[in-house]
Design a protein around this ligand. Sequence first.
Ligand code: AMP
Ligand code: MG
Length: 480
Amino acid sequence: MSTAPATVTLGDHFARTLPEMAVAWQADPAPEPRLLALNERLAGELGLDPDWLRGPDGVRLLVGEHVPEGATPVAQAYAGHQFGHYAPRLGDGRALLLGDLVHADGDPRDLHLKGSGRTPFARGGDGLAAVGPMLREYLVSEAMHALGIPTTRSLAVVATGRPVRRETVLPGAVLARVARSHLRVGSFQYARATGDVDLLRRLADHAIARHHPQAEGDYLALFEAVVAAQASLVARWMLAGFIHGVMNTDNMTISGETIDYGPCAFLEAFDPATVYSSIDHAGRYAYGNQPRVAEWNLARLAEALLPLFADDEERAIALAVEALGTFRARYDDAWSAGMAAKLGLDRPAPEPLVDDLLTLMRDNRVDHTSLHRRLGAAARGDTGPARELFLDLAGIDAWLARWLALTPDPDAMRRANPVHIPRNHLVEEALTAATEGDLVPFERLLDAVRSPYDERPDLARYAEPAPDHFAASYQTFCGT
Ligand code: AMP
Ligand code: MG
């Protein structure tokens, strides 16, 4: 018998510090809650007993029906630029911040629900989420975490027993999500738009205390820390071939964690113009645009913070421009260091060498993840598997000769280039089965992406690129 806690203690830091941005709210009851996925390890790190979470009270907590004493669930207010257009009032339309708790690393975490019913921010939405998209967030965020990419985490997915109307009727679910915070660029845009500089300062102080304590009292240092965190994050996305899909300012965190897995996907054939999202008609959030979009979003954050940088607006703008100007060099440095690691080099690779590889990859429509893994074998002397991916054999042979002359380290490459990512065809297969009630493919894929760097004979099919007919037409749909 485990000594299960009668309940959980949740702090209400956000609601108390920033009441203007928090609406106390209750989740909708779930008629027939059923636990579909539970992250036992994460539960343990949060001091939560997995056996208790599996029980009736635990599951009621995970859908928001059981509110621990002292907790104040709230819907958070935020604004945001969606595809470049400013929306002054977005907020948690179908989500609730249950409260905060402390992780084993000593830092606070938010416990948050998605799909828990309409809130005052719901606008036209139904406040609900379907099983497929919530398991998708669970799977992809766990994959990102295993790849070492900062991300919100997924604690659990509970099917609610409530049908959700989309193009068809789907089973509903609630995702319990854990994050260093849910502060977004859009949170600052919202505070700034109220015209209340005291609120803006309180929000910035809250962000500093949570994420960047070394910046205490220095709002420009806060901004610089966010610029640095986002430059590093987006460089990691690019190196892993991750496409977020909806980089609106309300989906960009202050912590530097990846958030809001909607129409996200991993790159297959390497092409900077790749877009998988069905709603991104203009390709604003294409793979190759992500660094530029991050910089654009950070400019919106700087605008929101201006009154805190200096009393004189011109001076404030000059400071903001200078700080934002560091983004490109920070991004380039992070990306070059990561690319050197992927190529098994202990110093930055010569720029023409990298540029030539990217050109060859694009022109030959080479699978991004497979190629980097196979270059590891090439570093060991077996160039066959990498060459196989190219039509232009003379081109890749010339490139391989230049690169091998730098004596890349194959062991280091194995630790830098994943073999298991949540490939789009596998994700779709797992979610289709889960929606029909079969969780086995989801669990197997989750197992594979949790060991991204280990080749395992039992998981061989999880390392293969998509069949051609799938890859050519793949689209993802906004996570609704
Ligand atoms: P997203 O693009 O998923 O990050 O969501 C953008 C905004 O739409 C946020 O304010 C969400 O809370 C809101 N939203 C998305 N889906 C729904 C829904 N089904 N019901 C209510 N609000 C939603
Ligand atoms: Mg969002």
